[in-house]
Design a protein around this ligand. Structure first.
Ligand code: ADP
Length: 261
């Protein structure tokens, strides 16, 4: 039977002694070429520590979604390496990759809920596929709906909810398996300011409770209002970073080296 406590990036990769300084994720010289002449990502290197809250910033087409797809292990880089807790993902067995993926929750700009299924069914799907018992799914759905401030809406059809509510249900779905890493692709892109702030409140609170959170966004106002460590992409290249605040071109140090970041 599925056990919630085993869903942890830190405990589910093959055993090996890891020093305290091992990053949660390490990208080294990663490139992705959908079209040879125009790489979606080119020579990107950086580290993410456990518990980070990180923005991946950049205009449309900069490579943010491609980067999140690689981090979600849905695709492999064409060159370069991605490590989770010191383990090169390309050397992991499919079963270990599956375990790693289950330790991640992902949130999209367009929510990706199934409109004509109930809220409970939408959230439950993420647990059903990993063998969680119906009784536990019922309990967990109630818990995560409480957490996102929407208790008692289990039986509503997802398509009948407002955009802000749908995104909160999508966050509840991402939270259900108790992930250690949350990937969010433009999570506020379809929302009004009130709902966008609520979503950021949720992501910050999830981060404060220990999960690593990575948010791809092109919204400079959001990043200025909620400053966090920021990596900036432009035409697939990592062009800057900010350690402690929102990305601004004038205070950005330009580097493509993992050590510098
Ligand atoms: P962003 O999320 O920053 O808008 P993307 O990662 O979606 O950027 O896209 C980066 C570049 O890669 C764009 O030029 C886009 O057209 C291209 N791209 C992304 N996915 C694919 C794909 N599956 N096939 C071909 N080109 C793609």
């Amino acid at each position: 039977m599925y056990n919630m406590t085993t869903f942890n990036i830190q405990t589910n990769v093959p055993s090996r002694h890891l020093s305290d300084t091992t990053p949660l994720i390490k990208l080294f010289r990663v490139s992705k070429f959908y079209k040879p002449e125009n790489p979606a990502l080119f020579d990107v290197s950086f580290d993410i520590d456990p518990g980070d809250f990180l923005y991946i910033a950049g205009a449309s087409g900069a490579g943010k979604s491609t980067l999140l797809k690689l981090l979600h292990l849905g695709e492999q880089p064409d060159t370069g390496t991605i490590q989770f807790n010191g383990h090169d993902v390309s050397s992991l067995k499919p079963s270990a990759i599956s375990v790693l993926r289950r330790s991640m929750g992902i949130i999209f700009q367009d929510f990706k809920l199934i409109d004509d299924l109930s809220v409970a069914a939408n959230i439950g799907l993420s647990l059903e596929v990993i063998g969680v018992s119906p009784a536990f799914i019922h309990q967990r759905v109630g818990e995560v709906l409480e957490e996102v401030g929407l208790p008692g809406i289990e039986d509503e059809m997802a398509g009948s909810l407002s955009g802000g509510e749908q995104q909160r249900v999508a966050i509840a779905r991402a939270l259900a398996p108790n992930p250690q890493l949350i990937l969010a692709d433009e999570p506020t892109g379809s929302l009004d300011t009130y709902s966008a702030n609520f979503v950021l409140d949720m992501l910050e609170s999830i981060n404060e409770r220990g999960a690593t959170v990575i948010v791809a966004t092109h919204d400079r106002m959001l990043m200025a209002a909620r400053p966090h460590r920021t990596l900036a992409l432009e035409n697939g290249k990592l062009v800057g970073f900010s350690r402690k605040g929102a990305f601004k071109s004038r205070d950005t140090k330009f580097s493509n080296s993992a050590e510098a970041i």
